[in-house]
Write a protein that binds this ligand. Structure first.
Ligand SMILES: [Zn+2]
Length: 237
């Protein structure tokens, strides 16, 4: 292989490795966002349970205060009943007392139901808090590790970009300019080998004449994908 193509091949490998690192870096943002979302979702679910618990408590206290009011009414009717001397009034108070007590009894049943729901919701909330704690520890650890890897990759990409110029300076400037323009467009292999008579980039069979030019170390391009071709004796034709 021509020496300049050999150097270009080294530069291309350097660029491909840098590009791989950069694409790995980009893939970390969604992974990290997913972990953050998982933590927030756990917190929101726990908060919703807490709110439900608070609402049940408020509703129960409302019922209890209604019971207290009804109880006061029942007591008042009972006192008035004792004071009356008329049978009709006595019976009317008796009826009101019974209706009020019936209402109190119904409300007391509802209070018990609310207390039961409150208890269940409180347990779910406490369970969610415990579960969240371990999820958060795990997510925070993974986020930290992603951040650490990202930091080291960012540093590595920066170092590679600096070191790239040392490798790129060895390549003949005109060839390098063509390569760089093509690499910027393709974001992948630009210089490919001739493999079994086919282009190593698009795998289309190459005309014999093109292979011969390539073999005689002329700079040639694939007629299909435009990749620069190189030939080395270990490649089968
Ligand atoms: Zn091709």
């Amino acid at each position: 292989m021509r020496e300049d193509l050999g150097l270009l091949l080294q530069l291309q490998q350097w660029d491909l490795d840098t590009m791989r690192l950069e694409s790995e870096l980009n893939s970390w943002a969604p992974q990290r966002a997913e972990l953050v979302a998982k933590v927030l979702q756990g917190r929101e679910q726990a908060e919703a349970l807490k709110q439900a618990w608070v609402q049940l408590e408020v509703a129960r206290k409302g019922l209890e205060s209604q019971i207290a009011q009804l109880q006061a009414m029942a007591d008042k009717y009972a006192t008035q009943q004792l004071q009356t001397k008329k049978n009709e009034e006595y019976r009317a108070f008796q009826s009101q007392i019974e209706t009020t007590r019936k209402n109190i009894s119904e409300l007391e049943t509802k209070v018990l139901e609310k207390m039961d729901s409150e208890d269940q919701t409180r347990k779910k909330y406490q369970k969610a808090l415990v579960a969240n704690e371990s999820v958060e520890v795990d997510c925070k650890k993974r986020i930290q590790s992603l951040d650490d890897i990202k930091k080291s990759h960012v540093r590595e990409v920066q170092e590679r970009k600096v070191k790239r110029s040392e490798i790129a300076d060895l390549v003949e400037p005109k060839l390098r300019a063509v390569y760089e323009r093509m690499f910027a467009n393709k974001r992948g292999h630009v210089l490919v080998g001739v493999d079994g008579g086919s282009c190593g980039g698009c795998h289309i069979k190459l005309p014999q004449q093109l292979i011969l030019s390539c073999r005689s170390d002329e700079i040639t391009n694939c007629i299909n994908c435009g990749c620069m071709l190189y030939y080395s004796p270990e490649m089968s034709i």
